[in-house]
Design a protein around this ligand. Structure first.
Ligand code: ADP
Ligand code: 5GP
Length: 212
């Protein structure tokens, strides 16, 4: 199967986590790359499932050893994508989906140029703030940092191949799923296409010769 990395970016609270979880529940051909972070786990988050929660020293050791395909400081913490996680999912025959901030997405696309970059936008800032408040995982200060960063993130939307508005969740998940399906049929991704088409043309010549 043709597999590739799928990068989701969005302002915090726009719905990346909700969308990729739903997508993975709906499709068996997508796996998740668990990122590393130096932030502390939120209630309910599990080490090795939601993130690999690392100390700053361990994060730096791995960064210096070249283990990350990309890494960035987001909302005052370090985040990074392990090359080994990405390669493990791809070599298992699945697309690999990841949730990466805009700085990291640009680095990642250089390391894996076959990636599909999708930006999730909220229907409005009122909705974004309401979702962040409802999630209730951040203090007021942290929430403010996330809203400030959202401005910078929206400025980088030009780096992305697709933009999906997360208004109705079902619709947003269906749109991302449709993008994955469409990307699988991209001419550039087809393996051995030249040979396949040459075979079809040769067969046509044979067929035509039978008519003349
Ligand atoms: P992100 O991963 O982008 O920070 P989350 O996936 O954690 O965002 O979503 C933030 C909050 O908004 C969560 O409480 C989630 O349940 C809610 N949410 C996400 N998408 C929708 C949607 N389409 N409609 C209503 N609520 C949503
Ligand atoms: P959160 O702390 O809410 O889980 O994530 C905060 C931000 O970090 C989000 O914008 C998310 O996309 C980003 N992020 C999560 N994992 C990674 C990663 O591996 N690399 C980078 N560069 N950003 C990440």
């Amino acid at each position: 199967m043709i597999t590739f990395p799928i990068v989701l970016s969005a302002p915090s609270g726009a719905g990346k986590t909700t969308i990729y979880r739903r997508l993975m529940a709906d499709r068996t051909d997508i796996g998740y790359s668990v990122s590393c972070t130096t932030r502390t786990p939120r209630p309910g988050e599990v080490d090795g499932v939601d993130y690999h929660f690392l100390s700053p020293a361990e994060f730096e050791r791995r960064r210096a050893a070249g283990e990350f395909a990309e890494s960035a400081t987001v909302h005052d913490h370090s985040y990074g994508t392990l090359r080994s996680e990405v390669q493990h999912v791809l070599s298992g025959g699945k697309h690999v989906i990841m949730d990466i901030d805009v700085q990291g997405a640009a680095q990642f696309a250089r390391a894996f140029p076959q990636s599909v970059l999708i930006f999730i936008i909220p229907p409005s800032i009122d909705v974004l703030v309401e979702r962040l408040n409802r999630r209730g995982t951040e203090s007021r200060d942290v929430l403010l940092t996330r809203l400030r960063n959202a401005q910078g993130e929206l400025h980088e939307i030009g780096r992305y191949h697709y933009v999906v508005e997360n208004d109705d969740l079902d619709r947003a998940v269906a749109r991302v799923s449709a993008i994955v399906d469409a990307e699988m049929t991209r001419r550039e991704r087809a393996p051995m296409l030249d040979e396949q088409v040459a075979g079809l043309i040769a067969r046509l010549e044979h067929e035509i010769a039978n008519y003349v």
